[in-house]
Design a protein around this ligand. Structure first.
Ligand SMILES: [Fe+2]
Length: 369
């Protein structure tokens, strides 16, 4: 019998053990890796020159998890990236500028889609894609919500990820000219199927009163991916109820301004993160978070998240979305307005007064839901 307890790692162990194939990949890209649970502005964070494809790039490892991550990319004026295809899925959100993507399967002619700030585009699994900046004077920047970290850690073989000949012809062909047309199918309440949204800032969402008064949401299935995505509106003069869940959701602010309160159970003071386009918050497991809109008009967020809306992970589809519960011991616990600390609403109300916006929530004593 060997005694393992307290054994110090040896040089042989350190060489054998792989902490993260994803982190090793990012080091190989010589790119920054942003961590934590908030980034104030994806449109201005520093990126590194991208030797593999041209342009500039950075990656994230937010909320201490490697299931969903972001890839932030910039193309200089008049520039283009080298084409690639890969065995991970990606949904692209344009943060700045304008350009085009060519997308095709091996042996096909490229199909080109034009985009600009606010566009949302699903990239089918392992399809070739190439991005171009169509401005000769301004850079363009976009963010990809991806499951690349998960796939790299599962297969830990970059040749399999980036050089796999399999063609998912059940998902995409560039000969289907309508694939990226501005076509939205309404599949159920607050649930849509589309491959391209020209401007996510004007997409029509549907009321979602269960989540707190005056909110609206659209859940999107895009490009047959197993990536979850939603567009959430928080109405003027309102805020969402505090809640917590598993790590993985990346919430990108795309319209309006406000703030996020983030805290763990038992912490005296929540952390306050300003919300403005294009900041992102990615709460850690069990980290309470709560979106406050302090601007006139609705505040809008796009979330890359787990729980894909069409190709599910075994949970029945629920119009309520993520499992939420009133059980305070559960990970999916949502704090109703009437149980939150009164200073939370008082501070919000003072901020609305400064901005000349009226509170639109009913008083908690009357049982707001
Ligand atoms: Fe959340």
């Amino acid at each position: 019998m060997t005694e393992a307890a307290g054994m110090e790692p040896t040089a042989a162990f350190n060489e054998w053990f792989v902490l993260s194939s994803y982190q090793a990949f990012v080091r190989g890209e010589e790119a920054p890796l942003y961590e934590g649970s908030a980034i104030e502005d994806l449109a201005s964070i520093e990126l590194a020159d991208w030797k593999r494809r041209g342009g500039k790039v950075a990656y994230t490892r937010m909320a201490d998890q490697e299931i969903l991550s972001l890839q932030i990319v910039e193309i200089p004026p008049g520039g283009e990236l080298k084409p690639e295809h890969h065995m991970y899925e990606a949904i692209m959100l344009v943060l700045r500028g304008q350009g085009a993507s060519s997308i095709w399967q091996s042996g096909e002619r490229p199909h080109t889609v034009e985009w600009h700030e606010g566009s949302l585009l699903g990239i089918p699994l392992n399809a070739w894609h190439q991005e171009f900046n169509s401005s000769g004077t301004e850079p363009c920047r976009f963010v990809m919500g991806t499951n690349m970290a998960h796939m790299m850690n599962l297969y830990h073989n970059l040749d399999f990820i980036f050089n796999n000949p399999y063609v998912f012809s059940d998902r995409y062909s560039s000969e289907n000219a309508a694939y990226y047309a501005d076509r939205v199918r309404h599949m159920n309440v607050r649930l849509f199927e589309t491959n391209f949204v020209p401007d996510v800032r004007t997409f029509g969402v549907e009321a979602w009163r269960e989540k707190g008064a005056r909110t609206g949401i659209a859940r999107l299935s895009m490009a047959s991916t197993a990536l979850g995505l939603h567009i959430l509106d928080i109405g003027e003069g309102t805020y969402a109820t505090a809640h917590r869940h598993d790590a993985g959701a990346h919430v990108v602010q795309v319209g309006g301004t406000g703030y996020e309160l983030m805290s763990f159970e038992g912490e005296a003071e929540p952390r306050r993160v300003p919300l403005r386009p294009y900041g992102v918050i990615a709460p850690k497991r069990n980290e309470f978070h709560q979106h406050f809109n302090t601007s006139p008009g609705p505040m809008r967020q796009v979330a890359f998240r787990g729980n894909p809306v069409r190709f599910g992970f075994g949970r029945p589809y629920s119009v309520l979305g993520a499992a939420q519960t009133s059980d305070p011991s559960a990970t999916g616990y949502t704090i109703p307005y009437e149980l939150e600390d009164p200073p939370v609403r008082e501070a919000y109300y003072r901020e609305l007064e400064r901005n000349g916006v009226e509170l639109r929530l009913p008083p908690v004593s009357q049982g707001a839901s």
